[in-house]
Design a protein around this ligand. Sequence first.
Ligand SMILES: [Zn+2]
Length: 78
Amino acid sequence: MCNCIAEVTKKLREHYDGKFKKPIESLQLQTYIDFNSGRLGTYTEVKIALVDQKKVETASLVHTFCPFCGVRLREKEA
Ligand SMILES: [Zn+2]
């Protein structure tokens, strides 16, 4: 298990600090808590547009491997 989410969040905050007209209150990656392990994981939001529907549906594509360092985040499915 890596510490990339915390490290990347910290680096992003440092990178963007002072680049906006107002100070940063918070900065957050797309993360979720895996209730089986209690660990944070990352995901990509998938947008699904349907024919004749204005509301775009969304789904979450959970990352098996850390997108920053490649370490496995999720156990193999049994
Ligand atoms: Zn990582």
